[in-house]
Design a protein around this ligand. Structure first.
Ligand SMILES: C[S@@+](CC[C@H](N)C(=O)[O-])C[C@H]1O[C@@H](n2cnc3c(N)ncnc32)[C@H](O)[C@@H]1O
Length: 400
């Protein structure tokens, strides 16, 4: 049972995410204004050349596209009371914006998009009235990432990434459970589901599909896509306008991405698709109430770019193993980019060989191993691209 303090912290955290989405426009415009200011700092004849090649007019276009992005992002957080109680939100709002929690309105944040960017672009500027809550730069980065996550999961442009990762996972599931008639009885869990496209595809095929996700930066947009979208390609977003680095041309930077490429509401009648919000380790921990205990309840667990979010990988593996029914299958795809490495949190970083040995010790038999080359929320028109050589396997539960 959640304590009152924990509940309050959760509501405050949620509200911070809502504010981050709402402040996107001001932050992004401010970053673009920095470019304009710098334009006036260089010799006028250099500026004239930049105008001639179209650099200056690009800034105006970027402003326009920021406004377009903001229209979409604001819709994601238009009704926070769907998720949290109105009174609790009011208390949290007071805490964030109340006089005792005033923030300086002169702060630093980094609008560089890439961790390996050589030039830090920290600068100070103000967006809000003194005393108003200001989203952190890391939260603003998460908002910008959400735009890219829409590309991965819900646009035609994201298809190559989805085909690289989700398709082999789905194929592995279908190989294990080929009998179409029994699919509604097969329970499939997708922890760390992001924007839920993999889970949606599995529900579309007729399985019972449940996504689990703990980040409000993912839960708010996935709720919107799954429940509020009315038509194909309803929205156009501009995810690549926030950094001008590694760009080949203006058109690539300014290009719009339409979503969704499928209508989320087009699941066949009787489909069984759900999302459970919260921490994977908490939700699927053993429970004394048999009604709540998930031990042995799942036929398949599909983890895509997820297991490296573990602080303690051993507990992730034990949890996946325990919640699977005997003979159940765990399908994994990911690169072991340990999320908590070099943080203040506990972080046990193990190699691929060690993950597989641990899984075997815990009671899995690993098969169908392969390596999948793929980007993750990549921009295929950028001069910078990361390719992960993600490990893929199917593992079957045997008693450990
Ligand atoms: C790298 S993303 C992968 C998202 C998605 N599977 C995909 O392939 O696009 C990892 C996701 O796991 C979520 N996550 C991390 N730790 C989690 C936890 N303990 N419980 C639930 N979700 C978690 C993150 O919020 C994030 O959305």
């Amino acid at each position: 049972m959640q304590s009152e303090d924990d509940r309050h912290d959760e509501v405050v955290h949620f509200l911070k995410v809502v504010h981050a989405f709402r402040q996107y426009e001001a932050y992004a415009i401010s970053a673009n204004t920095r470019r304009r200011r710098d334009f006036f700092k260089i010799p006028p004849e250099d500026g004239a050349l930049l105008e001639k090649v179209g650099w200056k007019s690009r800034l105006d276009k970027v402003d326009d596209l920021i406004h377009e992005n903001a229209k979409v992002l604001n819709q994601l957080v238009a009704n926070p009371t769907i998720f949290m109680d109105e009174n609790e939100l009011a208390v949290a709002e007071k805490e964030l914006n109340g006089p005792s929690h005033g923030h300086s309105n002169n702060h630093h944040h980094d609008h560089g998009n890439r961790s390996n960017h050589r030039h830090s672009t920290s600068h100070s500027h103000s967006h809000n009235a003194p005393g108003r809550y200001q989203a952190s730069s890391s939260d603003m980065e998460k908002v910008r990432s959400t735009l890219k996550q829409f590309v991965r999961d819900w646009s035609a442009e994201g298809r190559a990434e989805r085909d690289a990762c989700y398709k082999p996972m789905i194929d592995a599931l279908l190989r294990r459970f080929p009998d179409e008639e029994n699919r509604p009885q097969r329970r499939v869990l997708i922890p760390g589901a992001g924007l839920a496209r993999l889970g949606w595809e599995i529900a579309y095929l007729g399985f019972e599909s449940r996504c689990n996700e703990f980040s409000h930066f993912m839960l708010l947009p996935s709720y919107y896509v799954l429940n509020e979208i009315k038509s194909l390609n309803q929205h156009t977003i501009y995810p690549f306008i926030h950094s001008f680095s590694n760009a080949t041309d203006s058109e690539s930077l300014l290009r719009g991405i339409r979503f969704p490429d499928v209508l989320p509401s087009s699941l066949p009648p009787g489909s069984n698709f759900s999302m459970v919000a919260g921490d994977f380790e908490d939700i699927f921990a053993p429970k004394s109430d048999p009604e709540e205990d998930e031990t042995g309840q799942w036929d398949a667990v599909l983890t895509c770019f997820f297991i490296d979010t573990a602080k303690n990988i051993v507990n992730y593996l034990r949890t996946i193993h325990r919640i699977l029914a005997p003979g159940g299958v765990w399908v994994n795809c990911g690169p072991l980019l340990w999320h908590f490495e070099n943080s203040d949190e506990v972080s046990i970083e193990v190699s691929l060989e060690e993950v597989k040995s641990l899984a075997t010790e815990i009671g899995f038999v690993i098969s169908d191993e392969t390596t999948i080359e793929t980007s993750y929320v990549g921009d295929d028109r950028s001069m910078l691209g990361y390719v992960y050589r993600a490990a893929f396997w199917t593992a079957t539960k045997v008693e450990g």
